[in-house]
Design a protein around this ligand. Structure first.
Ligand code: ZN
Ligand code: ZN
Length: 201
């Protein structure tokens, strides 16, 4: 089953030494996409990123298929002590959305979040024949039909579709619920972050 919506884990980079930064030096938060294995090196307030596993780095590996979005962190850097939510971690641990990672001595904090890009639009071939999560009727593809995918589980719902069983009626199943009936995640229609940290500065 292919979903047209997507979710991707990411890291908000927070600069903690804002008292020394002038207004012009304050930059908007950097966001590092974890759309695969990503290695980070943090040295003297610099955060360098590279795709794949690199030596002497913090390695972030999203673990697909987990019910709760999860990233495995491997600390492969003898010069760095990592705290997650204040607790020192060993060579590997699992991170979840809202976890905050700091390296001792570095004025940087990394906040794990997730961007979600829901699909709301015309019926695609991958939707046809699947049951609407609300009314259970199979999704059909008349040209004017619009469906919404749950961004968390991929369930498909009628957003605004002609009811082929009764002329002039429309199915608006997605508008009758606030949460996905399958996974109970709040239904989203706009691109958004699951969590936006309140950043210093
Ligand atoms: Zn429906
Ligand atoms: Zn769902």
């Amino acid at each position: 089953m292919t979903n047209l919506g997507s979710r991707a884990l990411c890291l908000f980079v927070e600069r903690l030494n804002t008292e020394s930064a002038s207004e012009d030096e304050r930059r908007p938060p950097e966001i590092i996409a974890l759309d695969g294995v990503v290695s980070l090196r943090i040295r003297h307030n610099l955060v360098m990123t590279a795709a794949g596993v690199r030596p002497d780095s913090l390695i972030f590996e999203p673990l697909p298929g987990r019910p709760v979005p999860t990233v495995r962190l491997t600390v492969d850097d003898d010069d760095i002590v990592v705290r997650v939510n204040g607790e020192i971690v060993g060579s590997t641990c699992e991170l979840h959305v809202r976890d905050v990672l700091k390296c001792v001595g570095e004025p940087v904090a990394l906040h794990l979040s997730m961007i979600q890009r829901p699909y709301v639009g015309p019926v695609a071939t991958e939707h046809v024949g699947r049951a609407c999560a609300v009314c259970k009727a199979p999704i059909d593809d008349p040209p004017t039909a619009v469906v919404l995918e749950c961004v968390a589980c991929g369930a498909v719902l009628h957003e605004h579709a002609p009811d082929l069983g009764s002329t002039g009626e429309f199915l608006e199943c997605a508008k009758t619920v606030t949460a996905c009936p399958v996974c109970e995640t709040r239904l989203q229609r706009e691109e958004s972050y699951v969590y936006v940290p309140g950043l210093a500065g």
